[in-house]
Design a protein around this ligand. Structure first.
Ligand SMILES: [Zn+2]
Length: 156
């Protein structure tokens, strides 16, 4: 397990035989690689961590007041404007939104969960739908606001 034993033994917690948190490069910092493949729609893992009230590095927003501080796994997902995973922060579940081959980085869209980012940044994900400048979904950015409003922080 990537999570300490004190988190419990949820069988959906990420196994250290399936995932690696590694330093990708100086630009991106750390990322999470999946050593195994997933089919689109498959549950990738369950998340856990400390629930905090402030935005930090390695937090993911749960709702208006709370954030998951996960320094073992989900806090290290890289951003892509064409993500291969989707995060359900209500149920703490990660789902593959496309087929993921083994040895791929897991990419989320930070605007899926975050209203405001710890730090906005220029994106170089290479996706055709790359937004260029990445903000939270409640932060004003020309050309992005409309899309974020359509999707919402918890579109479920
Ligand atoms: Zn992008």
């Amino acid at each position: 397990m990537l999570y300490p034993a004190s988190f419990g033994d949820n069988p959906l917690y990420p196994k250290d035989t399936d995932f690696r948190v590694i330093r990708k490069d100086d630009t991106n910092g750390f990322g999470v690689i999946s050593l195994r493949s997933f089919k689109r729609g498959e549950i990738v893992a369950a998340m856990a961590g400390e629930v905090v009230t402030d935005i930090r590095q390695h937090t993911l927003q749960i709702d208006d007041e709370s954030h998951l501080h996960d320094t073992h796994f989900s806090g290290y997902f890289l951003h892509s404007c064409s993500p291969n995973i989707s995060l359900d922060m209500r149920n703490m579940l990660i789902t593959a939104v496309e087929d993921i081959p083994a040895n791929s980085y897991l990419y989320m869209d930070y605007a899926e969960t975050e209203q405001v980012l710890f730090k906005q940044f220029a994106c170089a994900c290479g996706s055709e739908s790359c937004r260029g400048w990445i903000t939270g979904n409640q932060e004003i950015h020309p050309g992005f606001v409309q899309e974020a409003m359509m999707r919402g922080p918890d579109a479920a």
